[in-house]
Ligand binder design. Structure first.
Ligand code: 13P
Length: 253
């Protein structure tokens, strides 16, 4: 059976004043949880402090993006090695806000994925369609294109050490969640797409759903066959909500 994973994505939220209480509350809650892996992806400036707080705990640390370059004259960028240096286990790659607001291309996302994998991080590759793309019946075409860019560059074997996240853009921060069946359909499509290249990797691949996951809807989404957990934005900023979502993943099967 695939292990379950719930990862919080704080996005550009947090402060030195408020992070300790949030992290400590989540740490205390996950300490008693078995059967689900939990992680938080914090903004770069807070990695050091979060790393120290999370050391030796059951809450893994992640970052929200990284540079595709190894090192050098890339002002403002943060490399995979630097994230590993701070004890990051996970890094989000190709989040729709990076693609949509900061112009990250499929090729760039694939290069970032490769850089993360090479540094021993677990890339969480995010894919998802916009509302216009869904309404134009192009969901499968879009997520296939986003996934194939990574498969073509790194090969299916690289996904063995990675996580996939389906995040429909229209469901992110909107309060409008994909229905469990809509999520399941895309997750099954993605798994089948990976299986075309490597059935073994596909069977073990964890595919998370993200987009307005809340304590009230997490269990029904996580109950779907090909949903292996969640990538949580807004609700990861409220410890009770995040922990309730982590618990909903435990109760699956
Ligand atoms: P929300 O949970 O706030 O919709 O955000 C989802 C997301 O983008 C997580 O990466």
């Amino acid at each position: 059976m695939r292990g379950r994973l719930v990862a919080g994505n704080w996005k550009m939220h947090g402060s030195r004043a408020t992070n300790p209480a949030l992290l400590d509350a989540v740490l205390a809650g996950v300490a008693g949880l078995a059967g689900v892996e939990c992680a938080v992806c914090v903004p770069f400036p807070y990695l050091s402090e979060a790393s120290a707080r999370l050391a030796g705990s059951k809450l893994a640390l992640g970052a929200q993006t990284l540079s595709e370059f190894r090192s050098g004259a890339y002002t403002g960028e943060v490399s995979a090695a630097m994230l590993a240096d701070f004890g990051c286990r996970f890094v989000l790659v190709g989040h729709s806000e990076r693609r949509g607001l900061f112009g990250e291309t499929d090729a760039q996302v694939a290069a970032k994925f490769a850089a993360a994998a090479k540094a021993g991080l677990t890339p969480v590759l995010c894919v998802g369609e916009t509302l216009a793309e869904r309404e134009g019946a192009r969901t499968e075409q879009v997520v296939a294109r986003q996934l194939d860019a990574v498969l073509d560059l790194s090969g299916a074997a690289a996904l063995a050490g990675a996580v996939l996240a389906y995040e429909p853009v229209w469901a992110i921060g909107t309060g409008r969640t994909a229905s469990p069946q809509q999520a399941q359909d895309v997750h099954a499509f993605l798994r089948a797409r990976v299986a075309e290249r490597d059935a073994g990797v596909a069977a073990k691949l964890r595919i998370l759903y993200g987009g307005s996951v809340k304590p009230g809807n997490a269990a029904e989404i996580f109950a779907m066959k090909d949903v292996d957990g969640g990538l949580i934005g807004g609700a990861s900023l409220v410890s009770e909500d995040f922990l309730a979502i982590c618990k909903a993943a435990v109760s699956k099967g």
